[in-house]
Write a protein that binds this ligand. Structure first.
Ligand SMILES: NC(=O)c1ccc[n+]([C@@H]2O[C@H](COP(=O)([O-])OP(=O)(O)OC[C@H]3O[C@@H](n4cnc5c(N)ncnc54)[C@H](O)[C@@H]3O)[C@@H](O)[C@H]2O)c1
Length: 436
């Protein structure tokens, strides 16, 4: 099949590349000229495990191309995917200007039947708006389909190649057939392609992300209770997670959810609910808990130093919003950095993949370290903000000798409380006893 993907960011690049893996020809289009130049030259623009290899292979096989010209990208395409940003607008709802802008443009250049698929996360009713934007200038045949993306950054290639499910919102039999054929190679193990109407499909994505965010905020509140009641959140997590109805995943407390999706999607669903005169009370609480949790570790750090961080220097491990990505959008580490700097502290940070993006956003507000141990030199304490695997079994002897004081604030509960005390550290984590 011939496919166009509009928007070549985290979702668009993975989508375009993975579709070429099953033999499709894909042209990815982006308005960011420098991105398109890099990609066309075979240089990948995001860090996503496993992506570069298939990206290079499919460029070589001439199945994967990049352009800045929408017209060129869609010329032969049977299916056009929109993987465009849907950031929060001024009112907190999803801003559809990118999606509707491209829909408007498509209306002016479409020739003949095509399926326009919305992969961006968009509020209920967007398929109708896209349809109307196209219809302003085009009266030929086309279908607009909702096909929300559920990939997780860090494991995006696996998620895309072997999805738990594919959700497709359309009532058009013609579009259904094309989408079925396209996804058939990705669901050979029997995972479902679930067809439904567009509105249900659009809401499914928000419901999924909001539910996951709810799980995180719930566990963060349980962690708060553990700290006050002398319980251990790790034990509680294991105790509840072995119940099939609850499940083991997404039960880890921490320093709040971040990333480019959960915060904006929770906010957008609250807004969409308000628009239909429904107050989504649970989600409002989820947001509130998350806002507090993001600063919880900072409060502990301040309390440890009697509210005086002036002149303190911290090593910070982890800038990305989660491991295995270079994405720092809404990363909890950024909130911690901001708050510590405002209190007079300085920071030396290390992250295996996200330093370039952090430099772009933070500039010289902090120092950057080429490896985790260099960041520790002369630091008053180590703060852990992202659970990269390489932080899980560090060289504690080096940490001990490099830090000025043997203190670790761990926002990700990487170490066993029972071991870390024996190693001579003070250890403050989330929802577990403080080791002094
Ligand atoms: N990142 C994720 O993990 C994830 C997962 C599932 C769904 N989503 C959703 O997918 C959508 C895209 O997210 P993302 O993280 O890939 O965003 P992104 O910011 O990484 O990428 C968007 C790309 O679109 C390009 N773009 C903007 N306007 C354009 C235009 N007019 N024509 C062509 N390209 C244009 C930008 O230059 C950018 O490269 C969002 O709605 C998001 O909520 C994201």
């Amino acid at each position: 099949m011939k496919i166009a993907v509009v928007g070549t960011g985290y979702v668009g690049l993975v989508t375009g590349t993975c579709f070429t893996e099953t033999g499709n020809k894909v042209t990815c289009v982006d308005i960011d000229r420098s991105k398109v130049e890099k990609l066309s030259a075979g240089r990948i623009t995001i860090y996503e495990p496993g992506l570069e290899k298939i990206f290079l292979r499919n460029i070589k096989e001439e199945r994967l191309k990049f352009t800045t010209q929408l017209e060129e990208a869609i010329e032969d395409a049977e299916i056009i995917f929109l993987a465009l940003p849907t950031p929060p607008g001024a009112d907190g709802g999803a801003d559809l200007k990118y999606v509707l802008g491209v829909a408007d443009h498509l209306g002016k250049i479409l020739k003949g039947y095509k399926v326009i698929v919305n992969k961006s996360t968009v509020p209920v009713g967007t398929a109708d708006k896209v349809r109307a934007a196209i219809a302003k200038n085009y009266n030929g045949e086309y279908d607009v389909v909702s096909n929300p993306e559920f990939l997780r950054e860090g494991v995006a290639v696996d998620d895309f190649m072997k999805p738990d499910r594919v959700v497709v919102g359309t009532i058009s039999e013609r579009a259904k057939k094309l989408m079925s054929d396209l996804y058939a190679p990705f669901v050979r193990q029997g995972n479902p392609v679930i067809f439904m109407d567009e509105r249900s499909s659009e809401l499914t994505k928000y419901a999924a992300n909001s539910f996951l965010a709810t799980k995180i905020s719930f566990m963060n509140e349980i962690a708060q209770l553990c700290e006050r009641m002398g319980a251990d959140v790790d034990m509680v997590r294991r105790g509840i997670g072995s119940d099939d109805r609850i499940g083991k995943r997404f039960l880890f407390p921490g320093i709040g959810y971040g990333g480019s999706c959960f915060p904006k999607d929770v906010q957008a669903l609250i807004m969409s609910s308000d628009e239909v005169n429904y107050e989504f009370m649970i989600l409002k609480a989820v947001e509130k808990v998350n806002a507090l949790q993001k600063l919880h570790l900072v409060q502990k750090i301040k309390a440890y130093y009697n509210n005086d961080l002036q002149g303190k220097h911290f090593a910070l491990w982890g800038l990305a919003f989660k491991p295995n990505t270079d994405d720092i959008r809404e990363a909890p580490a950024l909130h911690i950095i901001d708050s510590l700097i405002k209190s007079g502290a300085t920071i030396s940070a290390y992250d295996p993949e996200a330093i370039n993006n952090a430099k772009g956003q933070l500039g010289d507000k902090i120092q950057y370290s080429p490896n985790p141990y260099k960041a520790l030199k002369d630091a008053d304490a180590l703060i852990i903000a992202t659970e990269w695997s390489e932080f899980r079994t560090p060289d504690f002897n080096q940490i001990r000798s490099l830090l000025k004081n043997r203190v670790i604030f761990d926002g990700r509960n990487l170490f066993e409380t029972s071991n870390i005390g024996d190693l001579g550290f003070s250890y403050i984590s989330v929802g577990r006893k403080i080791i002094n």
